[in-house]
Structure formats: C-alpha cells, structure tokens
Design a binder for this molecule. Structure first.
Ligand code: GLU
Length: 415
C-alpha cells in the first residue's frame, strides 16, 4: 500500500477506535466503494495513438455524489488516487457540503505534452470516463496538473457529446466563469488556506504582521497563498518548486517572483533571491511552513528539521504519519489538509448550486461565504481539539467521521 494511503487509513482507524465506531463502518472508510482503471488512447501531434492509464476512485457516496479533482502527473497510481479520494470524503464531510469523496488521475506528466496534446488527452479521458461522471455520480474539478482550461474542455466534450449547448446540471466544477464557473473558484483553495492560518494565528499568539512564511510549491495554490499572506503583512522568505527555490531573509518580492515564474515556468533563476536547493526549504527558520506541492513529501527526516510554529497543509496529504507524530512531539501545530485546503471544494459546492439553480454569484458573495465557513470550521475543530485534548488533525478526522457515521445511520446502512 502507498505511504499516503496508509497514513490516511491510520488516522481513520485511530479516530474510529477512540470514538468506538462500528468496525463495519471503519472497513467502508478504509476501502473505496469503487476503483476504476481506464486505458484510453488519444492520437497526439506526433501522429501516433498513445496508451495512457487513468483512474477514478469513488470512495464514498453516502453524503452525496463523489467530489474531487482530476490529477495529471507522472507519478499517478491507483493507491495514490484512492488516498486522495479518501481524503476528499473526510474533507467534504468536515467542511459540511453534501458531497461524498472521489478523485481521478491521469498517469502522464503534463509538462511533457504540447498544449494541444494536453487537450487531446483530457478529451479522450473524458470520453473514456464519462459514464462515471455526472451531477449525481462524480463531479471532477481541477487538481495538480489540471486547471480551469481542462474543466472547460470537459464541459465542452460532455455537452457536445450529448448534442446540447450545455450540460444537464453540474458535471464539473472549477470551469472558466464564462462557461458557468463561479468567480473566485481558482483562488479559493489558497485564499481558504490563508483564512485558516489567520484564524489559527490568534490562539497560537502569532502576529501575522511580524511572521515569516516559507512555501513549498508555487502552483495555483502556493502562489495564491503567497499573495494573500503578503496582504496580511506576512514576510515570505523562501519559495520552492520542483526545479528550484529562491530565498531572501528580508522577504521575497512576490509580484516580481510571480512575473518571473510566469515567464520562466519556475521560480528557479529568480534574481530577487538566493538560489537554494529545493530540498533545503524544509530547514529554513520561519513561523509558518506551507507545503503546497504534492503528497507524501514530509517524512520524519524532513519533519525533524522543520523550524516553524505552524505547518499549514495546503497540499493534500503532504505529511506522512511518522512525521505528523514528530510535529506533535515537537509542539509544532499542524493545520490539517482536510480543513486547511477545503476552501476549493467549498467553492466548488457554491458553483454546483449556482449551476443547478441557474443562478449567478458575485465574487463578494463567494468570498464572504468562504470566509464565514472556513473561520467557523476552524473554530469548531479547535474547540473539539481543546475539549478532547487532541491535535487538530485527530479532532478534524473525528468530526468528519461523526458526520459521515450519522449519514450512514440515517440511510439505514448501519445499525
Ligand atoms: N482538487 C481540490 C481538492 O483536492 C478540489 C476538489 C473539488 O473542488 O472538487 O480539494
């Protein structure tokens, strides 16, 4: 079993044991409802058809249709997608939207593809997967390696396949606003991360205006966290991505770094900071460390060198179980992914309701709902953690499981 799947299972099993939950329920939570493997063969610009493997994991559909993004990366595998689908079940339950958890993945590094080839891959994946996608089954969204561009292609592929101008209901979220997407969805995950950091700073006694942040990953999530943190007066001293890292103890010029990254496709080579090895990012002294890249990156060796007060999990599953234990032992507060990065799926839910009701939301309305929900959920998780004497992750998992358990019982699926 992959380390990320093992870590999420461990936190479910431990929480369920503390709560004394029915073993049949625990088995359901640690074994996805459906795992689908697809082989599809798009014809690419080299004139050849290429065999590509994709996965869809529908982990739980008890609280509603499975919800979760489409990941496109070279290291995608079935257990990784199962781990991410399991986390989505916990995340949707915790944040309180009527969705289950799912995830899909395409085992292909998108950076190795021409722009038109990426579109061909997504369209072929959609054709292969479309019987598993729908407003009552599984609703994809962007994840690592995919963006609103691909969501637009999915909507086009499904609606045209049906011979209609639009889809009958919401088949995909995170679409371009012009195609029925919702304002603020693209920024929602990163903005939500900053809202949770802000809510956590007060009880921890951290003055954001005097704090330093280090961010691992400068994609859609990391770059928005940087922007929002800057607006809160945080000094961002280092940012890394897969190809490099920039460090400036006086604070990086984020707008200049963003311009550089847009042009160069990486933070490497940015002149406003000292180039450092991306692996050394973990040991840089700061107040808030934000893993915003991919899962399974923080093992116990890396956790041992982190010198932060808060670890804010903007990525899904960045911290392995042993590392999590070590953070706890070292008194480092971990803001768990299922809470910290739930802003994305929360705004996906707003998009789903907007499309279902054929309404129109403004950016202010979206951000207000997001701020209210993220702040309130942090407060609830914090209270549960204090009352039960648990770290925030354990408290968040318990709350998510309790809500799911109630769903299973209400459907008559458990005694
Ligand atoms: N991929 C995002 C996540 O992991 C968003 C999922 C969604 O909006 O459905 O939370």
């Amino acid at each position: 079993m992959g380390a990320q799947l093992d870590s999420v299972h461990r936190s479910i099993i431990n929480a369920a044991a503390r709560m004394g939950l029915d073993p049949v329920f625990v088995e359901r939570m640690t074994d996805a409802k459906e795992r689908i493997r697809l082989r599809f063969s798009p014809k690419l610009s080299d004139g050849m058809a290429h065999n590509i493997i994709g996965y869809i994991v529908l982990h739980s559909m008890t609280l509603g249709p499975a919800k979760g993004g489409i990941r496109m990366a070279g290291d995608v595998n079935e257990d990784q997608i199962a781990a991410l689908a399991t986390e989505m079940t916990l995340k949707t339950s915790l944040i309180g939207v009527p969705f289950g958890g799912g995830k899909s993945g395409i085992a292909m590094n998108p950076h190795l593809l021409q722009k038109d080839d990426k579109e061909a891959v997504i369209r072929e994946f959609t054709r292969a997967a479309c019987r598993h996608i729908g407003p009552e089954i599984y609703i994809p969204a962007p994840d690592m390696g995919t963006s609103e561009i691909e969501m637009g292609h999915i909507k086009d592929c499904i609606s045209h396949g049906d011979g209609f101008a639009t889809t009958r209901g919401c088949y995909v979220t995170g679409k371009p606003v012009v195609l029925g997407g919702i304002p603020g969805r693209r920024e929602a995950t990163g903005y939500g991360v900053m809202l949770v950091i802000r809510a956590a700073a007060e009880p921890i006694g951290l003055n954001l205006g005097k704090s330093r942040m280090v961010i691992q990953g400068f994609g859609n999530v990391g770059s928005v966290v940087a922007q929002c943190a800057l607006e809160q007066g945080v000094t961002i001293t280092a940012i890394s991505d897969a190809s490099g890292a920039a460090w400036n103890p006086d604070g990086l010029d984020i707008p200049a770094l963003s311009r550089h990254a847009k042009q160069a496709g990486t933070v490497a080579g940015f002149e406003g900071g000292k180039p450092i090895d991306p692996d050394s990012i973990y040991g840089i002294e700061c107040d808030i460390f934000v893993p915003a890249a991919t899962g399974g990156v923080i093992n116990s060796g890396r956790a041992a060198v982190v010198k932060a007060k808060i670890v804010a999990e903007a990525a899904n599953g960045p911290t392995l179980s042993d590392a999590d234990d070590l953070f706890q032992a070292r008194g480092i507060v971990v803001l768990p992914d299922i809470l910290c990065n739930a802003g994305g799926v929360f705004v996906s839910y707003l998009e789903y309701t907007q499309e279902t009701q054929r309404g129109q939301w403004t950016l202010d309305e979206v951000n207000h709902r997001l701020e209210t929900r993220m702040t309130a959920k942090f407060g609830e998780v914090m209270r549960h953690s204090v009352n039960q004497g648990l770290p925030l992750r354990a408290a968040a998992v318990e709350m998510a499981l309790a809500h799911l358990y109630e769903g299973y019982v209400s459907r008559g699926l458990l005694a």
